[in-house]
Design a protein around this ligand. Structure first.
Ligand SMILES: Nc1ncnc2c1ncn2[C@@H]1O[C@H](COP(=O)(O)OP(=O)(O)OP(=O)(O)O)[C@@H](O)[C@H]1O
Ligand SMILES: [Mg+2]
Length: 389
């Protein structure tokens, strides 16, 4: 069993002390940028100009392009980036700090005692681990950027306090960047008052006409300027809504894009996705999507283990290729997530009655999931694989 706990991250150097949970590589790399992403040149310039501010907060609602922007920044900035895609499990401060320590260690080997202290569950966080990790961070030779993507998921006070300490120990020229749907529970007010915080909000992240035109064009919709302007007005530059609008327009196979009707209400987008996009899929595809939508993130092997079936990886790849809002989280195409709106739609398609048909018992073959080194998402433990047809 001990072997299963060894961190399977290659080609990074082996960690001297293995943590008591599997460390997922997919959390430590920016999501793979699919073709058709518009370069956010102005925002990247602003991020570059913010280098003197140790903390960067990119806060906007879902779908505003926070993650895409941060990934483009990581591509463009010459400094090494430590990337961490936050999830609920990071609300255990030992987990959160272990990921940060592993990320730092990939940039530059850190004091093995830090990882040792993190691996020993008895160690005091605030009194032992955090000061050690802060010292390791401030001793880094190269300026770096630590990105915490989806920081709104963090609510554990110990972890948040530790992050505040780390932010105060960043070496010269380094930055801690958080992307978050709402304001993260970090001392932003203090950092703002101290002039140490750079901020980007929804108004900054909203696309302008040129970006919207490029987005539509890259998604296969050659819309005239007036049409782009109309879509921009209706979506207010919300990148994901523009993208969904492009999907919607394309699916109608218009001969003249300017003539295509497109509802400006978000509800119409959701209705469109439900009635047109989903209805074009085969029943097994819809069933697969609806079932897997209970998970925050999923991999083919994990889902195979949960259901005791096979072929989930191929199904995911095929759905991704069909541009079905299935987003790869790593270059290996192992982990995926669904676009939040799409996932919301899929989850909404379960009526209360459907849900009540699901028994609340442990999932099948949990040991199978463990032997693959997968961390079973908590939500998966609530459902049985017996699904309504
Ligand atoms: N620069 C861009 N070019 C093209 N499309 C974009 C761009 N930025 C965002 N989008 C569209 O919006 C979608 C959502 O972007 P992203 O995942 O970055 O949003 P987010 O703000 O991180 O959302 P969440 O809060 O859910 O994490 C992308 O999948 C893409 O369809
Ligand atoms: Mg994001």
């Amino acid at each position: 069993m001990r072997n299963a706990l060894t961190i399977p991250i290659q080609p990074w150097r082996p960690i001297p002390a293995a943590p008591s949970f599997p460390v997922h590589e997919s959390k430590l790399v920016p999501p793979f940028e699919r073709p058709g992403m518009v370069s956010r040149a102005n925002l990247l310039d602003r991020l570059e100009a913010s280098a003197a501010k140790p903390v960067v907060a990119i806060c906007a609602p879902a779908g505003y392009g926070k993650t895409v922007l941060a990934a483009q920044w990581a591509e463009r900035d010459p400094r090494p980036f430590v990337w961490l895609s936050i999830d609920e499990r990071d609300n255990d401060s030992a987990v959160l700090l272990t990921y940060i320590a592993v990320g730092l260690d990939q940039v530059e080997p850190i004091d093995p005692a830090v990882l040792g202290a993190l691996a020993s569950r008895g160690a005091s966080m605030a009194g032992g681990v955090v000061p050690r990790l802060a010292a390791a961070l401030s001793a880094m030779a190269l300026p770096l950027v630590v990105v915490l993507d989806d920081a709104h998921l963090l609510h554990d006070r110990h972890g948040l306090d530790a992050l505040a300490v780390l932010a105060d120990h960043l070496p010269e020229g380094s930055q801690l960047a958080v992307t978050s749907r709402g304001e993260p529970q970090l001392p932003l007010a203090r950092w703002r008052a101290e002039g140490r915080l750079a901020e980007l909000g929804p108004g900054d992240l909203a696309m302008d006409g040129q970006e919207a035109g490029l987005l539509l064009w890259a998604a296969g919709v050659a819309a005239p300027d007036a049409r782009v302007a109309e879509l921009l007005r209706r979506t207010e530059g919300w990148p994901v809504a523009l993208y969904l609008a492009a999907l919607s327009i394309k699916a109608q196979h218009p001969t003249d894009v300017a003539e295509v009707g497109f509802g400006g209400q978000d509800r119409l987008l959701v209705d469109y996705l439900r009635s047109v996009l989903l209805s074009r899929l085969s029943p097994p595809e819809v069933r697969f999507l609806t079932r897997t939508a209970v998970l925050d993130r999923l991999s083919g092997p994990l889902w195979d283990a949960v259901l005791g079936t096979g072929g989930s990886a191929e199904a995911l790849e095929s759905l991704e290729r069909a541009n079905l809002l299935v987003i790869p989280l790593d270059r290996q195409r192992e982990w995926y997530r669904y676009h939040p709106l799409f996932r919301q739609l899929l989850r909404g398609s379960w009526s209360a009655m459907s849900l009540s048909r699901w028994a609340c018992s442990p999932v099948a073959r949990p040991s199978g999931a463990r032997t693959m080194g997968c961390t079973r998402p908590r939500s998966a433990t609530r459902w049985t694989p017996t699904m309504p047809n």
